[in-house]
Design a protein around this ligand. Sequence first.
Ligand code: HEM
Length: 420
Amino acid sequence: MDPTDALALLMSPEGRLDPYPTYERLRAHGPVVQAGPVFYVVTGYAEADAILRDARFGVMDDALRDQFMPGWRESPAVLSISRSMLRTNPPDHSRMRRLAAGAFTPRRIAAMRDVVRAQADELVDAMLAADEPVDFMAAFAYPLPVGVICALLGVPAADRPLFRRWATDLTGVLEPEITADELAVADRGATELRGYFTELVAARRRAPADDLTTALVQAHDGGDRLSGDELLANLIVLLVAGFETTTNLLGNGLVALLEHPRAAAALRERPDLAPAYVDELLRYDSPVQLTSRMSTAPSRYGDVDLPPESWVIVLLGAANRDPRRYPDPARFDPWRAQIAPLSFGAGPHYCLGAALARLEAQVAFPLLLRRLPGLAVAGRPERRVRLTLRGHATLPVSVGREAAPVTVPGTPPGAAGPTP
Ligand code: HEM
């Protein structure tokens, strides 16, 4: 299959639901392939990592948006994302990123460990009290990250249920292709979120609190350092990036663990293995499958010359399964050496929330396995027909009864493989 057809297949509902076979069809043509006149696709790990760090590549700016997406200024969703750090280049990106990173300190993240554990425990209590089967996405994978990011931003607990639909609607604009109807839905989400954060910002300006929203409001008010539009856009991106992605890590990760019961049993016995497990889960089925860049100068990658103004799709999910980087890449193996997934990107836009997302998953998986040793898929999981943010719409599970931890017969604790 030629690269253009393979790319079309990837964008189709079938390709979105299971992109991995299509990645291999693309990879057969090389780590970087041309799939249209100015259009390139990257499946190689080394090439993806290097392009994301290469200053000759940037995210699409206003001038290019004018060229490729006429009318984008009429879309609240595109406008909102385009004013955030996610879609800006230096010097604006460096200024916003510095301000947000200053508010998003390691101390603030580390202090979230107890909050994460307490919220996860409460959610498991509710799952045990609910009728079977339980939808894991609604009962755990969504409320944990939304609860954590709302606690960080200082969003009142009562308002949390509002965000799931708004965020799901808005993130449609992160897909490589979007229909007019999907854009209208995304615009509705953006308008709701903007209205919500306009009020929250006004409230924090009147009465500052010890939260991320106040820290960003003060960064804005402390001089002309973060414009009003940028403040709202970055608050929205923090909220949306902060849970849609982590929700999918929890859902995709749980499915992988339940499909590998011996590995799950080893993690149940040895929660200290969680960091390596979480990185392998991120690699094995990445919650973010792709990002894109435009080139500003000529470059050469994987024996392919990329002219200026090339539009490059970097397939993070394919790079994570590059056999030149990971032997037997389709195998889930938390004992691999040097797991370094590209799931959080690389270079200047490397995920600001990576430490928080890792923390949530490292707490959640051992806790789920310990408290719910009988956890099992109980029905047909339904995947979202989305490529960029890969995850489940529903994931029915039966939780079993709470019981003492069990060991898989014949598997002494920690003996399921070499220690990572
Ligand atoms: C498993 C969970 C997560 C995954 C897989 C993920 C993935 C990513 C990726 C791939 C990027 C880079 C996009 C690009 O280069 O174009 C990114 C950027 C970003 N992420 Fe995450 N993310 C996760 C969780 C979070 C969390 C919890 C937060 C915030 C609380 C967050 C906030 C951000 C922000 C603000 C950016 C933009 C950074 C910049 O442009 O400088 N993410 N994320």
